[in-house]
Design a protein around this ligand. Sequence first.
Ligand code: GLN
Length: 541
Amino acid sequence: MTRFIFITGGVVSSLGKGLASAALGALLQARGFKVRLRKLDPYLNVDPGTMSPYQHGEVYVTDDGAETDLDLGHYERFTGVSSRQSDNVTTGRIYSDVIAKERRGDYLGATIQVIPHVTEAIKNFVVSDLTDEDFVLCEIGGTVGDIEGLPFLEAIRQLGNDLGRARCMYLHLTLLPYIPTAGELKTKPTQHSVKELLSVGIQPDVLLCRAERDIPEGERRKIAQFCNVRREAVIPALDVPSIYQVPIAYHEQGLDSEVCRYFDIDAPAPDLTRWEKILERVTKPEGEVSIAVVGKYTGLLDAYKSLSEALTHGGIANNVKVNLDWIDSEIFEQEDTVQHLQGVHGILVPGGFGERGVEGKIAAATFAREHNVPYFGICLGMQMAVVEAARNLAGIQGAGSSEFGQCQNPIVGLLTEWERDGIIEKRSTESDLGGTMRLGAYDAVVQKNSRIHEIYGSDNLSERHRHRYEVNLAYEGELAAKGMVFSAKSPDGVLPEIVEIQDHPWFIGVQFHPELKSRPFEPHPLFTSFIGAAVEQSRLV
Ligand code: GLN
Protein backbone atom coordinates (compact mmCIF):
# COMPACT_ATOMS: atom_id res chain seq x y z
CA MET A 1 0.00 0.00 0.00
CA THR A 2 1.43 3.37 -1.02
CA ARG A 3 1.23 6.10 1.60
CA PHE A 4 1.42 9.79 0.78
CA ILE A 5 3.19 12.53 2.73
CA PHE A 6 2.30 16.05 1.64
CA ILE A 7 4.87 18.70 2.49
CA THR A 8 3.87 22.35 2.64
CA GLY A 9 5.78 25.40 3.78
CA GLY A 10 4.75 28.46 5.73
CA VAL A 11 5.98 31.81 7.09
CA VAL A 12 8.65 32.51 4.47
CA SER A 13 10.01 30.96 1.29
CA SER A 14 13.50 29.41 1.05
CA LEU A 15 13.03 27.37 4.23
CA GLY A 16 14.53 24.33 2.59
CA LYS A 17 11.37 22.33 1.94
CA GLY A 18 13.12 20.49 -0.86
CA LEU A 19 15.98 19.43 1.39
CA ALA A 20 13.60 18.53 4.21
CA SER A 21 11.58 16.35 1.82
CA ALA A 22 14.76 14.75 0.47
CA ALA A 23 16.05 14.10 3.99
CA LEU A 24 12.78 12.49 5.10
CA GLY A 25 12.84 10.38 1.92
CA ALA A 26 16.38 9.28 2.79
CA LEU A 27 15.35 8.39 6.37
CA LEU A 28 12.39 6.29 5.23
CA GLN A 29 14.63 4.61 2.70
CA ALA A 30 17.16 3.90 5.45
CA ARG A 31 14.35 2.08 7.27
CA GLY A 32 13.94 -0.18 4.27
CA PHE A 33 11.04 1.52 2.48
CA LYS A 34 10.75 2.24 -1.22
CA VAL A 35 10.24 5.97 -1.72
CA ARG A 36 9.44 8.35 -4.55
CA LEU A 37 9.55 12.14 -4.31
CA ARG A 38 7.44 14.59 -6.28
CA LYS A 39 7.04 18.32 -6.57
CA LEU A 40 3.94 20.33 -7.43
CA ASP A 41 4.86 23.85 -8.56
CA PRO A 42 2.13 26.48 -8.54
CA TYR A 43 3.63 28.88 -11.12
CA LEU A 44 2.11 29.30 -14.59
CA ASN A 45 5.11 28.28 -16.70
CA VAL A 46 4.51 24.86 -18.24
CA ASP A 47 7.95 23.90 -16.91
CA PRO A 48 10.93 25.89 -15.58
CA GLY A 49 12.84 25.36 -18.85
CA THR A 50 12.26 28.86 -20.15
CA MET A 51 12.91 30.64 -16.84
CA SER A 52 16.06 32.58 -16.15
CA PRO A 53 18.32 30.82 -13.64
CA TYR A 54 18.18 34.11 -11.71
CA GLN A 55 14.43 33.62 -11.28
CA HIS A 56 14.32 30.02 -10.43
CA GLY A 57 17.80 28.60 -10.00
CA GLU A 58 19.03 25.67 -12.00
CA VAL A 59 16.80 23.65 -14.30
CA TYR A 60 17.18 20.01 -13.34
CA VAL A 61 16.92 17.56 -16.25
CA THR A 62 15.75 13.97 -15.80
CA ASP A 63 16.79 10.91 -17.81
CA ASP A 64 13.47 10.97 -19.64
CA GLY A 65 14.07 14.55 -20.73
CA ALA A 66 11.89 16.62 -18.38
CA GLU A 67 13.07 20.11 -17.43
CA THR A 68 12.21 20.30 -13.76
CA ASP A 69 12.60 22.15 -10.50
CA LEU A 70 15.99 22.00 -8.80
CA ASP A 71 14.47 20.28 -5.76
CA LEU A 72 14.32 17.11 -7.85
CA GLY A 73 18.11 17.26 -7.78
CA HIS A 74 18.06 17.15 -3.97
CA TYR A 75 15.66 14.21 -4.10
CA GLU A 76 17.95 12.26 -6.41
CA ARG A 77 21.11 13.10 -4.51
CA PHE A 78 19.60 12.08 -1.17
CA THR A 79 17.77 8.93 -2.24
CA GLY A 80 19.55 7.80 -5.41
CA VAL A 81 16.13 7.31 -7.04
CA SER A 82 16.13 8.75 -10.58
CA SER A 83 13.32 11.26 -11.10
CA ARG A 84 10.96 11.09 -14.03
CA GLN A 85 8.73 13.36 -16.07
CA SER A 86 5.92 12.28 -13.76
CA ASP A 87 7.62 13.71 -10.66
CA ASN A 88 7.14 17.43 -11.31
CA VAL A 89 4.11 19.35 -12.48
CA THR A 90 3.17 23.02 -12.63
CA THR A 91 -0.08 24.97 -12.82
CA GLY A 92 0.84 25.76 -16.44
CA ARG A 93 1.05 22.06 -17.34
CA ILE A 94 -2.16 21.18 -15.49
CA TYR A 95 -4.11 23.98 -17.17
CA SER A 96 -2.74 23.29 -20.62
CA ASP A 97 -3.77 19.63 -20.27
CA VAL A 98 -7.23 20.54 -18.96
CA ILE A 99 -7.75 23.08 -21.75
CA ALA A 100 -6.54 20.64 -24.43
CA LYS A 101 -9.06 18.11 -23.10
CA GLU A 102 -11.81 20.71 -23.18
CA ARG A 103 -10.95 21.61 -26.80
CA ARG A 104 -11.11 17.94 -27.78
CA GLY A 105 -14.58 17.79 -26.27
CA ASP A 106 -13.58 15.22 -23.67
CA TYR A 107 -15.64 16.90 -20.94
CA LEU A 108 -18.89 16.30 -22.86
CA GLY A 109 -20.31 19.77 -22.46
CA ALA A 110 -19.49 20.32 -18.79
CA THR A 111 -18.54 23.76 -17.43
CA ILE A 112 -14.84 23.46 -16.62
CA GLN A 113 -13.94 24.72 -13.14
CA VAL A 114 -11.01 24.75 -10.75
CA ILE A 115 -12.98 22.41 -8.52
CA PRO A 116 -13.47 19.68 -9.66
CA HIS A 117 -11.63 19.66 -13.00
CA VAL A 118 -8.31 21.27 -12.14
CA THR A 119 -8.15 19.58 -8.74
CA GLU A 120 -8.98 16.26 -10.42
CA ALA A 121 -6.06 16.72 -12.83
CA ILE A 122 -3.73 17.49 -9.90
CA LYS A 123 -4.93 14.45 -7.96
CA ASN A 124 -4.49 12.20 -11.00
CA PHE A 125 -0.96 13.47 -11.32
CA VAL A 126 -0.13 12.76 -7.66
CA VAL A 127 -1.23 9.13 -7.87
CA SER A 128 -0.03 8.42 -11.43
CA ASP A 129 2.95 6.35 -12.59
CA LEU A 130 3.47 4.49 -9.32
CA THR A 131 4.23 0.81 -8.83
CA ASP A 132 5.14 -0.64 -5.47
CA GLU A 133 6.33 2.49 -3.63
CA ASP A 134 5.79 2.41 0.13
CA PHE A 135 5.86 6.20 0.38
CA VAL A 136 5.32 9.06 -2.04
CA LEU A 137 6.56 12.35 -0.65
CA CYS A 138 4.87 15.20 -2.42
CA GLU A 139 6.17 18.71 -1.91
CA ILE A 140 3.98 21.71 -2.71
CA GLY A 141 6.05 24.65 -3.96
CA GLY A 142 5.60 28.19 -2.68
CA THR A 143 4.28 29.27 0.70
CA VAL A 144 0.88 28.61 2.24
CA GLY A 145 -1.28 31.66 1.54
CA ASP A 146 -0.08 32.16 -2.06
CA ILE A 147 -3.04 32.55 -4.41
CA GLU A 148 -1.54 30.19 -7.01
CA GLY A 149 -1.12 27.45 -4.42
CA LEU A 150 -4.82 27.15 -3.57
CA PRO A 151 -5.86 24.52 -6.16
CA PHE A 152 -2.95 22.34 -5.07
CA LEU A 153 -3.83 22.61 -1.38
CA GLU A 154 -7.44 21.84 -2.22
CA ALA A 155 -6.36 18.80 -4.23
CA ILE A 156 -4.20 17.37 -1.44
CA ARG A 157 -6.97 18.07 1.07
CA GLN A 158 -9.38 16.05 -1.10
CA LEU A 159 -6.84 13.23 -1.37
CA GLY A 160 -6.98 12.92 2.43
CA ASN A 161 -10.63 11.91 2.00
CA ASP A 162 -10.25 9.97 -1.24
CA LEU A 163 -7.40 7.79 -0.01
CA GLY A 164 -8.25 7.96 3.68
CA ARG A 165 -6.30 9.69 6.45
CA ALA A 166 -4.55 6.41 7.27
CA ARG A 167 -2.73 6.74 3.93
CA CYS A 168 -2.09 10.51 3.94
CA MET A 169 -0.02 12.65 6.23
CA TYR A 170 0.41 16.42 6.14
CA LEU A 171 3.79 17.79 7.14
CA HIS A 172 4.18 21.54 7.47
CA LEU A 173 7.55 23.30 7.53
CA THR A 174 7.66 26.60 9.42
CA LEU A 175 10.13 29.09 10.82
CA LEU A 176 10.66 30.22 14.40
CA PRO A 177 12.44 33.56 14.06
CA TYR A 178 14.81 34.58 16.82
CA ILE A 179 14.27 38.12 18.10
CA PRO A 180 17.55 39.27 19.68
CA THR A 181 16.04 42.14 21.69
CA ALA A 182 13.57 39.75 23.32
CA GLY A 183 16.10 36.91 23.43
CA GLU A 184 13.34 34.57 22.25
CA LEU A 185 12.29 32.32 19.43
CA LYS A 186 8.83 33.38 18.33
CA THR A 187 6.02 30.91 17.70
CA LYS A 188 3.37 33.35 16.42
CA PRO A 189 4.29 33.10 12.69
CA THR A 190 3.96 29.32 12.98
CA GLN A 191 0.56 29.66 14.61
CA HIS A 192 -0.58 31.98 11.81
CA SER A 193 0.71 29.76 9.11
CA VAL A 194 -1.08 26.74 10.56
CA LYS A 195 -4.25 28.85 10.75
CA GLU A 196 -3.81 29.61 7.07
CA LEU A 197 -3.60 25.88 6.33
CA LEU A 198 -6.65 25.23 8.50
CA SER A 199 -8.56 27.82 6.52
CA VAL A 200 -8.24 25.55 3.47
CA GLY A 201 -9.21 22.52 5.52
CA ILE A 202 -5.81 21.01 6.22
CA GLN A 203 -4.80 20.15 9.76
CA PRO A 204 -1.06 19.41 9.74
CA ASP A 205 -0.02 16.19 11.47
CA VAL A 206 3.65 17.04 11.92
CA LEU A 207 5.32 20.44 12.18
CA LEU A 208 8.95 20.72 11.22
CA CYS A 209 10.20 23.94 12.80
CA ARG A 210 13.26 25.63 11.33
CA ALA A 211 15.17 27.62 13.94
CA GLU A 212 18.68 28.93 14.34
CA ARG A 213 18.91 27.73 17.95
CA ASP A 214 17.40 25.15 20.30
CA ILE A 215 13.65 25.38 20.73
CA PRO A 216 12.90 25.44 24.48
CA GLU A 217 10.46 22.86 25.82
CA GLY A 218 7.94 25.59 26.71
CA GLU A 219 7.80 26.82 23.10
CA ARG A 220 7.39 23.30 21.79
CA ARG A 221 4.41 22.72 24.07
CA LYS A 222 2.94 26.06 23.11
CA ILE A 223 3.17 25.27 19.38
CA ALA A 224 1.62 21.84 19.99
CA GLN A 225 -1.27 23.35 21.92
CA PHE A 226 -2.02 26.26 19.59
CA CYS A 227 -1.56 24.27 16.41
CA ASN A 228 -3.47 21.22 17.61
CA VAL A 229 -0.69 18.65 17.15
CA ARG A 230 0.98 16.26 19.60
CA ARG A 231 4.01 17.63 21.42
CA GLU A 232 6.18 14.86 19.85
CA ALA A 233 5.00 15.96 16.41
CA VAL A 234 6.64 19.38 16.85
CA ILE A 235 10.07 18.58 15.44
CA PRO A 236 12.93 21.08 15.71
CA ALA A 237 14.86 21.49 12.47
CA LEU A 238 17.93 23.43 13.51
CA ASP A 239 20.49 24.94 11.14
CA VAL A 240 23.40 22.56 10.47
CA PRO A 241 26.74 23.29 8.76
CA SER A 242 26.38 20.69 5.98
CA ILE A 243 23.27 19.63 4.07
CA TYR A 244 24.49 16.04 4.37
CA GLN A 245 23.97 16.31 8.12
CA VAL A 246 20.24 16.97 7.73
CA PRO A 247 19.00 13.34 7.65
CA ILE A 248 20.92 12.47 10.83
CA ALA A 249 19.81 15.70 12.54
CA TYR A 250 16.13 15.08 11.70
CA HIS A 251 16.39 11.49 12.83
CA GLU A 252 17.83 12.57 16.18
CA GLN A 253 14.86 14.90 16.60
CA GLY A 254 12.48 12.02 15.94
CA LEU A 255 11.06 12.94 12.52
CA ASP A 256 11.03 9.46 10.98
CA SER A 257 9.77 7.85 14.22
CA GLU A 258 6.90 10.31 14.26
CA VAL A 259 6.03 9.50 10.64
CA CYS A 260 6.05 5.76 11.39
CA ARG A 261 3.91 6.38 14.47
CA TYR A 262 1.43 8.37 12.40
CA PHE A 263 1.03 5.54 9.90
CA ASP A 264 1.10 2.97 12.66
CA ILE A 265 4.06 1.15 11.15
CA ASP A 266 6.47 -0.88 13.21
CA ALA A 267 9.61 -0.30 11.15
CA PRO A 268 13.20 -1.20 11.98
CA ALA A 269 15.49 1.68 13.06
CA PRO A 270 17.13 3.36 10.06
CA ASP A 271 20.57 2.27 8.99
CA LEU A 272 22.38 5.59 8.75
CA THR A 273 25.91 4.28 8.27
CA ARG A 274 26.27 5.73 4.79
CA TRP A 275 25.23 9.16 6.03
CA GLU A 276 27.69 8.93 8.92
CA LYS A 277 30.47 8.07 6.47
CA ILE A 278 29.63 11.00 4.20
CA LEU A 279 29.52 13.35 7.14
CA GLU A 280 32.86 12.10 8.39
CA ARG A 281 34.38 12.79 4.95
CA VAL A 282 32.77 16.23 4.66
CA THR A 283 33.76 17.37 8.14
CA LYS A 284 37.27 15.91 8.29
CA PRO A 285 38.94 16.42 4.90
CA GLU A 286 42.66 15.76 4.61
CA GLY A 287 43.40 18.71 2.37
CA GLU A 288 41.82 21.40 0.23
CA VAL A 289 41.77 22.53 -3.37
CA SER A 290 40.43 25.66 -4.94
CA ILE A 291 38.39 25.60 -8.12
CA ALA A 292 37.46 28.69 -10.11
CA VAL A 293 33.97 28.40 -11.57
CA VAL A 294 33.83 30.90 -14.43
CA GLY A 295 30.20 31.43 -15.31
CA LYS A 296 27.43 33.87 -15.93
CA TYR A 297 24.94 33.35 -13.13
CA THR A 298 27.43 33.59 -10.29
CA GLY A 299 25.19 36.07 -8.44
CA LEU A 300 22.77 33.28 -7.50
CA LEU A 301 24.41 30.07 -6.43
CA ASP A 302 21.14 28.10 -6.81
CA ALA A 303 21.75 28.52 -10.54
CA TYR A 304 24.60 26.02 -10.19
CA LYS A 305 23.19 23.81 -7.44
CA SER A 306 23.95 20.39 -8.92
CA LEU A 307 27.33 21.60 -10.08
CA SER A 308 28.49 22.74 -6.65
CA GLU A 309 27.17 19.52 -5.11
CA ALA A 310 28.96 17.40 -7.73
CA LEU A 311 32.21 19.26 -6.97
CA THR A 312 31.68 18.52 -3.28
CA HIS A 313 31.18 14.86 -4.20
CA GLY A 314 34.46 14.95 -6.15
CA GLY A 315 36.02 16.27 -2.93
CA ILE A 316 34.42 13.47 -0.89
CA ALA A 317 35.92 10.92 -3.30
CA ASN A 318 39.38 12.48 -2.93
CA ASN A 319 39.04 13.28 0.77
CA VAL A 320 39.57 17.00 0.26
CA LYS A 321 37.53 20.11 0.83
CA VAL A 322 36.70 21.89 -2.42
CA ASN A 323 36.72 25.67 -2.13
CA LEU A 324 34.81 27.34 -4.93
CA ASP A 325 35.78 30.70 -6.30
CA TRP A 326 32.79 31.98 -8.31
CA ILE A 327 33.95 34.34 -11.04
CA ASP A 328 31.69 36.26 -13.38
CA SER A 329 33.23 35.59 -16.79
CA GLU A 330 32.50 39.15 -17.94
CA ILE A 331 35.34 40.32 -15.74
CA PHE A 332 37.85 38.76 -18.17
CA GLU A 333 36.56 41.02 -20.91
CA GLN A 334 38.13 43.94 -19.00
CA GLU A 335 40.75 42.42 -16.75
CA ASP A 336 43.56 39.95 -17.30
CA THR A 337 42.80 36.34 -16.43
CA VAL A 338 46.17 35.87 -14.76
CA GLN A 339 45.41 38.00 -11.72
CA HIS A 340 42.20 36.03 -11.04
CA LEU A 341 43.20 32.53 -12.04
CA GLN A 342 46.83 32.32 -10.95
CA GLY A 343 47.11 29.73 -8.19
CA VAL A 344 43.72 28.02 -8.63
CA HIS A 345 43.95 24.23 -8.89
CA GLY A 346 41.26 23.80 -11.49
CA ILE A 347 39.00 25.85 -13.74
CA LEU A 348 35.43 24.88 -14.53
CA VAL A 349 33.30 26.65 -17.13
CA PRO A 350 29.69 25.51 -16.66
CA GLY A 351 26.70 25.47 -18.98
CA GLY A 352 24.91 28.63 -20.02
CA PHE A 353 22.91 30.44 -22.63
CA GLY A 354 23.38 33.68 -24.52
CA GLU A 355 26.30 35.81 -25.55
CA ARG A 356 27.03 37.78 -22.40
CA GLY A 357 30.37 36.79 -20.93
CA VAL A 358 31.32 34.20 -23.54
CA GLU A 359 34.58 35.91 -24.51
CA GLY A 360 35.53 35.75 -20.83
CA LYS A 361 34.87 32.02 -20.82
CA ILE A 362 37.08 31.65 -23.87
CA ALA A 363 39.80 33.62 -22.06
CA ALA A 364 39.52 31.25 -19.06
CA ALA A 365 39.97 28.27 -21.41
CA THR A 366 43.04 29.92 -22.96
CA PHE A 367 44.53 30.44 -19.50
CA ALA A 368 43.90 26.81 -18.50
CA ARG A 369 45.32 25.44 -21.73
CA GLU A 370 48.42 27.61 -21.74
CA HIS A 371 49.18 27.30 -18.01
CA ASN A 372 48.49 23.55 -17.78
CA VAL A 373 45.75 24.06 -15.20
CA PRO A 374 43.01 21.35 -15.12
CA TYR A 375 40.06 22.55 -17.22
CA PHE A 376 36.55 21.13 -17.15
CA GLY A 377 34.08 22.57 -19.69
CA ILE A 378 30.44 21.61 -19.36
CA CYS A 379 28.08 22.17 -22.30
CA LEU A 380 28.65 25.87 -23.14
CA GLY A 381 31.99 25.46 -21.32
CA MET A 382 32.90 22.70 -23.77
CA GLN A 383 31.68 24.63 -26.79
CA MET A 384 33.76 27.67 -25.82
CA ALA A 385 36.85 25.51 -25.22
CA VAL A 386 36.49 24.18 -28.78
CA VAL A 387 36.08 27.71 -30.18
CA GLU A 388 39.16 28.70 -28.20
CA ALA A 389 41.18 25.82 -29.63
CA ALA A 390 39.89 26.58 -33.14
CA ARG A 391 40.99 30.19 -32.88
CA ASN A 392 44.24 29.87 -30.98
CA LEU A 393 45.52 26.35 -31.71
CA ALA A 394 44.23 25.68 -35.20
CA GLY A 395 44.29 29.32 -36.31
CA ILE A 396 40.80 29.21 -37.80
CA GLN A 397 39.75 32.76 -38.66
CA GLY A 398 36.41 33.99 -37.34
CA ALA A 399 35.76 30.84 -35.29
CA GLY A 400 32.60 31.19 -33.18
CA SER A 401 29.16 29.86 -32.32
CA SER A 402 26.06 30.65 -34.35
CA GLU A 403 24.21 30.99 -31.03
CA PHE A 404 25.66 34.51 -30.93
CA GLY A 405 24.94 35.50 -34.53
CA GLN A 406 26.54 34.75 -37.85
CA CYS A 407 30.25 34.03 -37.94
CA GLN A 408 32.77 33.13 -40.59
CA ASN A 409 33.47 29.67 -39.14
CA PRO A 410 30.62 28.30 -37.02
CA ILE A 411 32.55 25.80 -34.93
CA VAL A 412 29.35 25.48 -32.91
CA GLY A 413 26.07 25.51 -34.83
CA LEU A 414 22.35 24.99 -34.35
CA LEU A 415 21.35 21.38 -33.89
CA THR A 416 18.76 20.84 -36.60
CA GLU A 417 18.32 17.10 -36.54
CA TRP A 418 19.08 14.24 -34.17
CA GLU A 419 17.81 10.83 -33.26
CA ARG A 420 15.96 9.85 -30.11
CA ASP A 421 14.86 6.25 -29.60
CA GLY A 422 14.86 5.64 -33.36
CA ILE A 423 12.86 8.80 -34.12
CA ILE A 424 14.34 11.79 -35.93
CA GLU A 425 13.81 15.08 -34.08
CA LYS A 426 13.95 18.20 -36.24
CA ARG A 427 14.43 21.82 -35.20
CA SER A 428 14.90 25.15 -36.90
CA THR A 429 15.45 28.75 -35.91
CA GLU A 430 11.65 29.11 -35.96
CA SER A 431 11.02 26.42 -33.31
CA ASP A 432 9.47 27.35 -29.93
CA LEU A 433 12.00 27.79 -27.15
CA GLY A 434 10.12 25.77 -24.51
CA GLY A 435 10.88 22.05 -24.29
CA THR A 436 12.56 21.86 -27.70
CA MET A 437 16.22 21.35 -26.82
CA ARG A 438 18.03 18.04 -27.05
CA LEU A 439 16.94 16.91 -23.60
CA GLY A 440 17.56 13.98 -21.31
CA ALA A 441 19.75 10.90 -21.40
CA TYR A 442 21.54 9.96 -24.60
CA ASP A 443 24.15 7.25 -25.15
CA ALA A 444 27.61 8.00 -26.42
CA VAL A 445 30.43 5.82 -27.68
CA VAL A 446 33.82 6.40 -26.13
CA GLN A 447 37.05 6.21 -28.10
CA LYS A 448 39.52 3.65 -26.77
CA ASN A 449 42.91 4.92 -25.58
CA SER A 450 41.44 8.24 -24.54
CA ARG A 451 41.54 9.81 -21.12
CA ILE A 452 37.76 9.70 -20.98
CA HIS A 453 37.84 5.93 -21.56
CA GLU A 454 40.14 5.60 -18.58
CA ILE A 455 37.84 7.78 -16.45
CA TYR A 456 34.62 5.96 -17.30
CA GLY A 457 36.27 2.55 -17.63
CA SER A 458 33.79 1.77 -20.37
CA ASP A 459 33.19 1.94 -24.13
CA ASN A 460 29.76 3.50 -23.67
CA LEU A 461 28.13 6.09 -21.48
CA SER A 462 24.73 7.61 -20.95
CA GLU A 463 24.46 11.20 -19.77
CA ARG A 464 21.81 13.91 -19.56
CA HIS A 465 21.72 16.70 -22.12
CA ARG A 466 20.15 20.13 -22.42
CA HIS A 467 21.38 22.06 -25.43
CA ARG A 468 20.31 23.56 -28.72
CA TYR A 469 23.74 23.98 -30.32
CA GLU A 470 26.43 21.44 -31.07
CA VAL A 471 30.12 21.30 -32.00
CA ASN A 472 30.44 20.93 -35.77
CA LEU A 473 32.04 17.63 -36.77
CA ALA A 474 33.45 19.23 -39.92
CA TYR A 475 36.28 20.77 -37.86
CA GLU A 476 37.34 17.50 -36.24
CA GLY A 477 40.39 16.90 -38.47
CA GLU A 478 41.83 20.38 -38.11
CA LEU A 479 41.44 20.34 -34.34
CA ALA A 480 42.78 16.80 -33.92
CA ALA A 481 45.89 17.80 -35.88
CA LYS A 482 46.54 20.39 -33.14
CA GLY A 483 45.90 18.02 -30.24
CA MET A 484 42.20 18.44 -29.43
CA VAL A 485 40.40 15.16 -30.08
CA PHE A 486 36.70 14.33 -30.11
CA SER A 487 36.93 11.33 -27.77
CA ALA A 488 33.23 10.43 -27.54
CA LYS A 489 30.42 10.78 -30.06
CA SER A 490 26.75 9.92 -30.40
CA PRO A 491 26.28 6.27 -31.49
CA ASP A 492 25.63 7.39 -35.11
CA GLY A 493 28.96 9.23 -35.00
CA VAL A 494 27.60 12.66 -35.94
CA LEU A 495 27.46 14.53 -32.63
CA PRO A 496 30.69 15.20 -30.71
CA GLU A 497 29.98 14.53 -27.03
CA ILE A 498 33.42 14.89 -25.45
CA VAL A 499 36.61 16.68 -26.42
CA GLU A 500 39.97 16.40 -24.75
CA ILE A 501 43.48 17.74 -25.14
CA GLN A 502 45.70 14.77 -24.54
CA ASP A 503 48.91 16.72 -24.13
CA HIS A 504 47.67 18.54 -21.03
CA PRO A 505 47.34 17.46 -17.37
CA TRP A 506 43.51 17.46 -17.57
CA PHE A 507 41.54 19.29 -20.25
CA ILE A 508 38.09 17.88 -20.94
CA GLY A 509 34.89 19.32 -22.36
CA VAL A 510 31.58 17.50 -22.28
CA GLN A 511 28.41 18.36 -24.21
CA PHE A 512 26.20 16.93 -21.46
CA HIS A 513 25.64 17.70 -17.77
CA PRO A 514 27.44 15.08 -15.66
CA GLU A 515 26.67 17.07 -12.49
CA LEU A 516 23.03 15.95 -12.73
CA LYS A 517 23.95 12.34 -12.08
CA SER A 518 26.47 12.78 -9.28
CA ARG A 519 25.46 11.59 -5.82
CA PRO A 520 27.31 11.79 -2.52
CA PHE A 521 27.45 7.99 -2.32
CA GLU A 522 28.43 7.65 -5.96
CA PRO A 523 30.45 10.70 -6.98
CA HIS A 524 30.47 11.09 -10.75
CA PRO A 525 33.73 9.70 -12.22
CA LEU A 526 34.39 12.94 -14.13
CA PHE A 527 34.19 15.02 -10.94
CA THR A 528 36.27 12.48 -9.02
CA SER A 529 38.91 12.62 -11.74
CA PHE A 530 38.80 16.43 -12.10
CA ILE A 531 39.22 16.99 -8.36
CA GLY A 532 41.96 14.33 -8.36
CA ALA A 533 43.76 16.38 -11.03
CA ALA A 534 43.26 19.52 -8.94
CA VAL A 535 44.86 17.74 -5.97
CA GLU A 536 47.87 16.97 -8.21
CA GLN A 537 47.93 20.58 -9.33
CA SER A 538 47.87 21.77 -5.69
CA ARG A 539 51.11 19.86 -5.10
CA LEU A 540 52.75 21.81 -7.93
CA VAL A 541 51.73 25.37 -7.07
N1 GLN B 1 23.73 27.54 -25.08
C1 GLN B 1 24.33 26.30 -25.48
C2 GLN B 1 23.40 25.44 -26.31
O1 GLN B 1 22.22 25.64 -26.32
C3 GLN B 1 24.81 25.54 -24.26
C4 GLN B 1 23.71 25.04 -23.41
C5 GLN B 1 24.17 24.60 -22.05
O2 GLN B 1 25.24 24.98 -21.62
N2 GLN B 1 23.34 23.87 -21.35
O3 GLN B 1 23.84 24.51 -26.93
